[in-house]
Design a protein around this ligand. Sequence first.
Ligand code: PLP
Length: 391
Amino acid sequence: MNINSNYQNVKDSYLFSTIARKVNEYTAAHPEAPVIRLGIGDVTLPLCPAVIDAMHKAVDEMSTKEGFHGYGPEQGYGFLKESIQKYYASYGVALDADEIFVSDGAKSDVGNILDLFSADNVVLVPDPVYPVYVDTNIMAGRKIIYMNANEENGFLPLPDASVSCDLIYLCSPNNPTGAAYDRAALKQWVDYAKAQDAVILYDAAYEAFITEDVPRSIFEIEGAKDCAIEFCSFSKTAGFTGTRCGYTIVPLALKDGLLNKMWLRRQTTKFNGVPYIVQRGAAAVFTEEGMAQIQENLSYYKENAKILASALDELGIWYTGGKNSPYIWLKCPNGMESWEFFDYLLENANVVGTPGAGFGENGKNFFRLTAFGDRAKTIEAVERIKKLLSK
Ligand code: PLP
């Protein structure tokens, strides 16, 4: 046998293991240190009551002969697809039910979608970036070209007509930078993709955090159905990181329906659907009750983001994110590199964040803080950061 030697080109991911090691070493040496973690990208609030009730009900159904569900449709139950359709319609995007594919989350779909594309496609990826886009393409042996996201463009790079590519990754609101594209910028991307005959892989995992007038979906942009696939997730929207449910929109207009047909074929061959119980929970997110309850949780995180952002405003530190995102991406003070700032913050304020270097070369002098923490701890962290950096 021969292995897929492309795996030898995937860099080991040291980011979160190095963070954990450094924090462990520090707390072993300073057991009393009240360390606050603002590094994780995981939610901390529990599932909302509407979701829990729906899942309990579904469990009870499963215990009866009439209500039992075995294998379901691989692409998701009609009731959930209908709820997703209505949600998109609420901001003006019309979807055909056949364009919606329910899955166990955006990470799997972002990786699996690559089954549909030839290995000789050239991939355009921003730097810094959610590492999954890069690693999944390296595993398949694709050529990756990077576009610079930086302070000059507000970490929102725009297309360069002189660059040729076949697949384009856009994530808005962005992980790790928290920056979100406006309509005019996304229109430029759609026009560029069409001119290139390329496909945009649009990650909308953080759309629920949007507060400003920026698109929640690439399909709000005219012509996007001809050139884009969109990934979304209940993970950050409704706390499903451990429950697992997401959805991908593959338009029927895209390449005359070919990619939709291929994705259906791929999913029905390699995937057996999301558990009925979980899909009932996901559908409850879109009920009036569910929407109000998830908004409460989202508001909690958004308020944390505001608290972090206003501290940086006070300190005069440059940052992106915080408004439409749970992430704050700040420029390390005094020209520090991101790992240096990590150590400085850990040792002097007992606050843990994520070094930007872990997301790409352009993150070298930047640092990610997350709003997913506890309110009191976020406030405490902010006080310590302000005290340390205003010295
Ligand atoms: N896309 C982005 C940009 C993310 O940051 C994450 C998770 O952190 C995901 C996708 C994964 O989402 P899911 O939990 O649905 O797999």
